[in-house]
Write a protein that binds this ligand. Structure first.
Ligand code: URA
Length: 223
């Protein structure tokens, strides 16, 4: 009994410590000027939002117009679809953690540049993943998938919905919700990807301890 109490305390202490680290990282990101995006019209840094003790974390590309104004990721049209897809598998936004590869809006929503991605991920994104310790990192679209898998590029058609083992968690690349807004034909595969996420989350054993479906990224020839 006493031991159980001790473990509970340790667990709560660990969660508290993790939150403090994330909060101070978010604070320090506010005035970030490490890449040119700081001076290219951003209103504010969009660090991330949601449950810092989540089993699943979603990573998009970068803030758009509405995210830049509100300071929260995925609050525009793509965000509404993301919320609906989460609800379709019984999750609320508060259950998950959501962030982006780059934390500042690229002008005219252009693609983030390699140097912007490198600085921002090394400074913030990889720390977020490390602190949140999710079982699953769902990467939304090509950019986030390539960054987290550590590849130059990926073909979403080949990798979406599969899980790849990485540093104590699984990466599951899924289509970006914006792709489904662009073409309704992409909605069905996206909804299927979410069903897979639900299955992976419900798998009995700790996801990070499971090796049976492990796929070595390097062996897949993703290009
Ligand atoms: N909103 C975000 O926060 N990220 C995206 O990738 C797209 C829209």
């Amino acid at each position: 009994m006493q031991r159980l109490f001790k473990y509970k305390l340790l667990y709560l202490w660990e969660i508290g410590d993790r939150m403090t680290k994330l909060t101070s990282l978010a604070e320090s990101s506010r005035g970030c000027e490490l890449c040119p995006l700081a001076k290219q019209g951003r209103t504010q840094v969009v660090f991330g939002d949601g449950n810092e003790d989540a089993d699943i974390m979603f990573i998009g590309e970068g803030p758009g117009f509405y995210e830049d104004k509100q300071g929260k990721p995925f609050v525009g049209a793509a965000g509404k679809l993301l919320t609906q897809l989460l609800e379709s598998i019984g999750l609320r936004r508060e259950d998950v953690y959501i962030t982006n590869v780059v934390k500042c809006r690229p002008p005219q929503n252009r693609d983030p540049k390699p140097e912007e991605i490198e600085v921002c991920t090394n400074e913030y994104l990889f720390m977020q993943v490390q602190e949140i310790e999710p079982k699953i990192v769902a990467t939304l679209g090509r950019f986030a998938s390539a960054v987290i898998l550590g590849l130059k590029d990926v073909s979403m058609g080949r990798v979406h919905g599969q899980k790849f083992k990485k540093d104590g968690y699984f990466v599951v690349p899924i289509y970006h919700p914006a792709a489904a807004l662009h073409s309704r034909a992409n909605l069905e595969p996206l909804a299927e990807d979410f069903k897979k996420l639900k299955e992976y989350l419900e798998e009995k054993s700790e996801v990070r301890a499971e090796v049976s479906q492990e796929v070595e990224v390097e062996q897949m020839g993703l290009f």
